[in-house]
Design a protein around this ligand. Structure first.
Ligand SMILES: [Zn+2]
Length: 86
């Protein structure tokens, strides 16, 4: 399986090692919201980025179910913003 989505920006590279490609991050889908990848999660530190806008929405580490809900909401908001921008 390949999730190559281009290079990881310099500011996020502390979360991963060479060759700094998104391809080895975990892809997270949220059923009924968006039919595809909504977020990427670092398998090392659990930092999470929104696919849309590439925003860091979780700094890493463990999260509660409630925090997971906030993370999903942020990813959805990024997706909706990207849709209205066209
Ligand atoms: Zn990381």
């Amino acid at each position: 399986m390949s999730w190559d989505n281009g290079d990881i920006p310099d500011k996020y590279r502390e979360h991963y090692s060479a060759p700094y490609k998104w391809s080895k991050l975990l892809a997270v889908e949220v059923q009924d919201i968006y039919d595809g990848v909504l977020m990427y999660k670092c398998p090392g530190c659990s930092a999470i980025w929104s696919r849309f806008g590439n925003r860091l929405i979780w700094e890493g580490g463990k999260y509660s179910n409630e925090q997971w809900g906030t993370i999903v909401n942020k990813a959805i908001q990024s997706y909706l913003r990207s849709k209205t921008k066209g």
